[in-house]
Design a protein. Structure first.
Length: 265
């Protein structure tokens, strides 16, 4: 394998940058191509068939063009629906992103866990299976919060976050919990850790937030352990589907993470 072969991170938008941030902690010099499917955003409102076909098709084309050493679907919705299909298509390791139910179940003291995701993610059998396997005896409360995806996208572009949007998430989860106290919040969308500060203010210091970014980064590092890695001679690449105008406002966030200007796929 070429020493300069990149790691391909794929997401519907900028949420996967939370995975990229964690990856830089363990593999600071690794060459990365980040692909944001802005033309397909949001995924959470699409059908399973639409998501599976789109993600597998795009990743197949991207892998053919860039010859990555590994691909990561840095998107919970895409992973819970399309991971198996993508692994069938690609001939390289593929790492998915799934809701961090296992660590949340180990962490909770009250036994009541909140899970916030997209509409598509929270209805998946994959999530049911994670709950059965790792959270038996716990109470897992799921709600869809599609508005948080757009809020995170806007925040990374320097826009404000509507406090009412965050309060609505808190209020809907607390209504499901009733008299029980949620002490752990699973952020089942890679966009949502970008709103960790706002969620922390709304839920209070006694509610711990859990996401899978650090675990995904460790998994990637393990899978490519021992491989020769040559850092990119220039900045890492940030690529978008659709018009480049979709990346307007991201310049500062990308530069801070070592990316060059956005490019079109």
């Amino acid at each position: 394998m070429d020493k300069s072969s990149p790691i391909l991170l794929f997401d519907s938008g900028v949420g996967g940058l939370t995975v990229y941030d964690a990856l830089r902690e363990v593999l600071p010099g690794a060459p990365v191509i980040y692909a944001a499917d802005l033309a397909g955003l949001p995924y959470g409102t699409k059908t399973e068939a639409q998501i599976a076909a789109r993600v597998a098709g795009l990743l197949g084309r991207m892998a053919e063009r860039w010859q990555p050493r590994l691909a990561c679907i840095a998107c919970n919705t895409a992973s819970t629906i399309a991971l198996g299909m993508v692994r069938d298509v690609l001939e390289i390791p593929v790492v998915g992103t799934v809701p961090a139910i296992k660590p949340a179940a180990a962490m909770t003291q009250t036994g009541t866990i909140g899970l916030v995701g997209t509409e598509a993610t929270i209805r998946q059998r994959y999530v049911d299976d994670l709950e059965t396997e790792f959270a038996a005896g716990k109470r897992l409360l799921r709600i869809a919060a599609p508005g948080l995806v757009q809020a995170a996208e806007a925040k990374l572009r320097g826009g404000p976050v509507d406090p009412a949007l965050i309060a609505d998430v808190r209020d809907r989860l607390q209504a499901l919990a009733g008299d029980e106290r949620i002490d752990t919040l699973v952020l089942a969308c890679t966009h949502f850790p970008l709103l960790a500060e706002e969620l922390g203010h709304a839920f209070g210091p006694d509610v711990r937030q859990v996401d899978g970014a650090a675990g995904i980064a460790r998994r990637i590092a393990h899978l490519i352990e021992g491989q020769n890695l040559t850092p990119s001679p220039g900045p890492n690449r940030f690529v978008v589907t659709g018009p480049l105008a979709g990346a307007i406002g991201l310049e500062a966030a990308l530069a801070a993470r070592g990316f060059g200007a956005a490019q079109a796929f």
